[in-house]
Design a protein around this ligand. Structure first.
Ligand SMILES: [Zn+2]
Length: 208
């Protein structure tokens, strides 16, 4: 279907689309392109389908038949594929805040609201990334990584939001039964405000 739509649109100047249009129009005065559902039983169609599906596995060979949009589309596909592969195999904090989805390209975009204090967004985004002043500024100071003063284990965003028993009363009063990490994966205004309220209540807002 997409191939028919692509060929039908004369604005698409891809070499092969243009060549097919030229062949079709030189042999017929009037043409109607019809999409036929399913390939089963038609050997040529099945072969074409299989070849198209396998094409991404092979190196891209640039010829004079390709134009800049073909190249750009190929680079985009390779980039997304490689990035998804790395991301899916990682155990990064950023992946963990979105456990229902496997690709970085499916993340809910964070929309900027001008009525919203910029500092709130900054702190919230740092928590999403898992990199905050509290947990990572030691890298600039060349000092040892910070430990939680109550638990004596390494401080992390996960520890601050989920694990640390010292903050459990405040955590429960603000988040109730909701896992605070899920609020990082869904950047609505109310989720951002709740997260900021927690940081302020535990006295760590300025350190994030
Ligand atoms: Zn702790």
């Amino acid at each position: 279907m997409s191939a028919i739509q692509y060929i039908s649109n004369s604005a698409n100047l891809n070499f092969y689309a243009t060549a097919i249009r030229n062949i079709l129009s030189s042999n017929h005065k009037r043409l109607t392109l019809i999409w036929v559902p399913g390939h089963s039983g038609i050997r040529g169609n099945e072969l074409a389908d299989e070849t198209a599906k396998n094409a991404w596995k092979y190196p891209f060979i640039l010829t004079e038949n390709h134009n800049s949009s073909d190249l750009s589309s190929y680079i985009d596909t390779v980039f997304k594929s490689k990035f998804s592969e790395i991301f899916d195999n990682s155990s990064s904090h950023y992946k963990n805040i979105n456990f229902n989805k496997t690709s970085i390209f499916n993340f809910t975009p964070l929309k900027h609201d001008h009525k919203f204090p910029r500092a709130y967004l900054t702190k919230y985004i740092r928590l999403r990334l898992g990199h905050t002043n509290l947990t990572h500024s030691h890298l600039f100071n060349r000092s040892p990584p910070p430990s939680c003063p109550f638990c004596r284990i390494l401080f992390s965003v996960h520890h601050l939001l989920i694990e640390c028993p010292h903050f459990s009363t405040i955590r429960n009063s603000i988040f109730g039964n909701t896992n605070p990490i899920t609020l990082l994966g869904d950047p609505t205004k109310s989720n951002i405000l709740l997260t900021i309220k927690y940081l302020q209540s535990v006295g760590l807002y300025t350190q994030i």
